[in-house]
Every structure is written in structure tokens, then in C-alpha cells.
Design a protein around this ligand. Structure first.
Ligand code: UDX
Length: 454
């Protein structure tokens, strides 16, 4: 098939390369010429394991190209995926949908013939219906015969760090249609390829492996995505709330998580207590969900997400307080090393990163903060240029008075505490992700503080 992918950030670039891998001819579209230039030469402008290889493979095979030109996009294919960003609006909780609106507007101004658009971005419920009206109106104004645009929703559940695998081997495919069911004539025959048939063809190799597909209306499909992220955020904040109780009672949240996680109804995954969630999705998605509920007059339904957000932010404050306490209340004149800047390992993404937020708070409270991250140094420098960035773990540890492990990179989990102790001025560590072998660190002479572990 020929198809376009509009928006070539995390989601779009991965989707475009994955579609080429499935055998399709793909044109990636982005308004940012620098991004298009990088991707066209096989360079991924962010860190995602496995993606550079997949991208170069298909740029070289000729199955994958990139452009900034919407005329080319509308002429190239009748099937389009939209994976543009929906960031949080400044000064509000709502999602900014201007980029999805722009993608539909630009396409609708140019399409000739029947086109189907599959939205992949995470959007407030009701967006697909509104976009359908927007697209249909623009197309109608052009007065062309046999020209239409159909907007369906196909949410994406990929995790950063596993984006390629999650796209090629998803747990499930969800498709929301304006009118679920194929278009049939009076005799019950299918009269044209429905959006469902097109998506099934696009994803054929995935669906052949018995990957479940759920076909529903657009509102349900939109809600599946935000509900999934709200549930994951709630699960993390639940264990972090219990972690606060563990701190007051001397109980151990990790053992507790292991024990409750053995109940198959609960499950151990996403029960790692620590500094909480960050990134480009979970924080903004729960806020946008609350904002949308308010618009719908159903705000009470999601007020618990306010608490989920508050518990999450409290973990960051707690970490900063523990570092202060360790120095007797004041950070002035002290050096603190923060290991980690990315919001999670195997990523260079620092959006709403607990690690970078803690580094920033410690610095604002008067500490000299040294940061090291295996991948996120450049992205972190752009957000917080005033922190001191050390090129290696060794440089970051040398003469420091306290170490905060804020992102559970393998490189940090595997630090030899005996080796590290010889580098530092004061052997104190705060394990913000409960990821270190704490006994080994204590045995090596470190003063170890954990979150939620007595
Ligand atoms: C998330 C969803 O998992 C994914 O399905 C969706 O498509 C996009 O949002 P991602 O943002 O890549 O993916 O990160 P994820 O792996 O979910 O982690 C989110 C945050 O939660 C990270 O900051 C991580 O450190 C934190 N986390 C995760 C915990 O604090 N504890 C856990 O047990 C799990």
C-alpha cells in the first residue's frame, strides 16, 4: 500500500519506519525542515533503540521518504496516518489540538478522490467527530465530485525505549470508526473499501499473528488511550502513596509490591515505587483527561486524578527534602550528584522528567548540582543549561557529597559501590528508583536512603 504519516516525532517516525518494514510505500510529512532533512538522511533526531537501523534500512530501500510538502502528501496516497503532538496548553490542563486540526485542514484543502485519515495522536474524546466535520466542510467547499475525507481513530500505545517493538508487535489494535461496520449496498455487498478494510490491509502481517483488533466508535477509541494512561498513572501513584505510609511505619514498599503483585488481578508491573512518572504522555494525558471531563460536565468522575498527580509531584519534593535533611537542613555550599536526567532509562526524553526536576530544585535550593545521563545530556542542557553536566559517571561522582539515583539506567544499577566510594567526598546515596542493591552499598560503607523502605 501507499500511505503517508503526518508528524514525524516519536510516534510518527516510528510508525513510518514500521509501516515500511511491513512492506508499504511510506511518505513521512512534517512541517519542520530540519527533522525532514535528518530523517531523509537516515538520522533519528532522538534516542530510540532499534529505530536508526529500521529507518536507514527503509530510506535505503526507497520505501520510506520524507517531505514538508502537503501537496505531495495528498497526491502520494489516499491513506494517511496522523501522529502529530498534542502537548499541554500553556497555563491550562487541556491538550493543544492545533496540530491535528492543521493536519486535517491541510489535507482537506488538497485531496482529490476518497481519502481515509487514521488519527494516532492522543486527543480529547470528541476530537475525531469534530475533525470529520472540519474535513468534510473544507472538502465540500471545494465542490469536487467523488472527493471525500473520512476520519477514523487508531490510537497508539507505544512506550519510549520499546517504540519499534511496540509498533510492530502491539498487544492490541484499536480502531474507532465514524460508522462502525463496512459500507454495504442494498444487497448487502460491500461497495467500497471501508476504513476498517484499509486498516486491516495496512496491519495485515500484525493481524495474521492473531493480534486482537477492537473495532468501535471514535469516542471509545479515543477514550481507550487516555483511560489506559490514566490507569497506569494511577497504579504508579497508588504504590507511591503506599510508599509514604511505609516511610511512616518502617515497612518496605518493594517487598509489599512483590507480595500484592503476585495476585494476578493486581500484577507486579507498574508497581515500582520511587520518584514517580514523567515523560511526554502520562502527566499531560491525565491532565487533559480531567480538563475534558470538566468540559463535558463530568469533572467529578476524574477528580481522583488530581490526587494521582499530587502524589506524583510529592515524591519529587520528598526526594529534595531527604537530600536537605542529609545535610542538616541547608544545601548551601554542598555538592550533589544527580545520576539521570531522562524521565526513564533507554530514552533521551526529559519532558516532565522527575530526575531533571529534582536536579533543578536542588540547584535552586543552593546546591552545586552535577548531572550525568548516558543519553539525555544534550536534551537536558537545553532545558537546564545552568547545571553542571559531567561527561562520565566517574567525573560526576568525583568529590561529591551526595549521590541521587534519579533514573534507573543499567549503568547506574551496575556501579560498583566500593569503586564509587573511593571517588566521593561523602558516601551518601539516595536511591530514588529503588534500583540499587542497597545491602551491597551499605556493606561498602555508604549511607543509603531509599523511598518507601523504612
Ligand atoms: C506511556 C505508556 O506506557 C504508553 O503505553 C503510552 O503510549 C505513552 O505513555 P512512556 O511515556 O514511554 O509510555 O513511559 P512508561 O514506560 O509508561 O513510563 C512512564 C513513567 O512512569 C516513567 O517516568 C517511569 O519511570 C515511571 N514508572 C513506570 C514508575 O515510576 N514506576 C513504574 O512501576 C513504572
Amino acid at each position: 500500500m501507499r500511505l503517508t504519516v503526518i508528524g514525524t516525532g516519536y510516534l510518527g517516525a516510528t510508525h513510518a519506519a514500521a509501516m515500511a518494514e511491513l512492506g508499504h510505500e511510506v511518505l513521512g510529512v512534517d512541517v519542520d525542515p530540519a527533522k525532514v532533512e535528518a530523517l531523509s538522511s537516515g538520522r533519528v533526531p532522538f534516542f530510540e533503540p532499534g529505530l536508526p537501523e529500521l529507518l536507514s534500512k527503509h530510506v535505503e530501500s526507497g520505501r520510506l521518504r520524507f517531505t514538508t510538502d502537503y501537496d505531495e502528501a495528498a497526491a502520494f496516497a489516499n491513506v494517511h496516518f496522523v501522529g502529530v503532538g498534542t502537548p499541554q496548553v500553556k497555563g491550562s490542563y487541556a491538550a493543544d489540538v492545533r496540530y491535528v486540526d492543521a493536519a486535517i485542514t491541510e489535507l482537506s484543502r488538497r485531496v482529490v478522490g476518497k481519502h481515509v485519515v487514521f488519527g494516532k495522536s492522543t486527543v480529547p474524546v470528541g476530537t475525531a467527530t469534530r475533525l470529520q466535520q472540519l474535513g468534510s466542510k473544507i472538502v465540500a467547499e471545494r465542490g469536487l465530485e467523488d472527493t471525500s475525507i473520512e476520519v477514523a481513530w487508531n490510537p497508539e500505545f507505544l512506550r519510549e525505549g520499546f517504540a519499534v517493538k511496540d509498533t510492530l508487535e502491539p498487544d492490541r489494535v484499536v480502531l474507532g470508526l465514524q460508522k462502525p461496520g463496512a459500507i454495504v449496498d442494498g444487497a448487502g455487498r460491500e461497495v467500497e473499501a471501508s476504513a476498517e478494510a484499509i486498516l486491516r490491509e495496512c496491519f495485515a502481517p500484525i493481524l495474521e499473528r492473531n493480534t486482537p483488533i477492537i473495532v468501535t466508535d471514535t469516542a471509545t477509541a479515543e477514550l481507550v488511550k487516555v483511560s489506559a494512561n490514566a490507569f497506569l498513572a494511577t497504579k504508579i501513584s497508588f504504590i507511591n502513596a503506599v510508599s509514604e505510609i511505609c516511610e511512616s511505619t518502617g515497612a518496605d514498599v518493594t517487598t509489599l509490591a512483590d507480595a500484592i503483585g503476585m495476585d494476578a488481578r493486581i500484577g507486579r508491573r507498574f508497581l515500582n515505587a520511587g520518584l514517580g512518572f514523567g515523560g511526554g504522555c502520562l502527566p499531560k494525558d491525565i491532565r487533559a483527561f480531567m480538563a475534558r471531563a470538566g468540559e463535558l460536565g463530568a469533572d467529578q468522575a476524574l477528580t481522583f486524578l488530581r490526587e494521582v498527580d499530587a502524589i506524583n509531584m510529592r515524591r519529587r519534593e520528598k526526594a529534595v527534602d531527604l537530600v536537605k535533611e542529609s545535610f542538616g537542613g541547608s544545601l548551601l555550599g554542598h555538592t550533589v550528584t544527580v545520576l539521570g536526567a531522562a524521565f526513564k532509562p533507554d530514552s533521551d526524553d526529559v519532558r516532565d522528567s522527575p530526575a531533571l526536576s529534582i536536579a533543578g530544585s536542588l540547584s535552586l535550593a543552593g546546591a552545586a548540582v552535577v548531572v550525568h545521563d548516558p543519553q539525555a545530556m544534550e536534551t537536558a542542557k537545553r532545558v537546564f543549561p545552568t547545571l553542571d553536566y559531567a561527561p562520565t559517571i566517574e567525573d560526576a561522582l568525583r568529590n561529591t557529597e551526595m549521590v541521587v539515583v534519579a533514573t534507573e539506567w543499567k549503568q547506574f544499577r551496575e556501579i560498583d559501590p566500593v569503586w564509587a566510594k573511593d571517588l566521593v567526598k561523602r558516601a551518601a546515596v539516595l536511591d530514588g528508583r529503588n534500583c540499587l542493591p542497597s545491602q551491597e552499598w551499605s556493606d561498602a560503607g555508604w549511607d543509603v536512603t531509599c523511598l518507601g523502605r523504612g
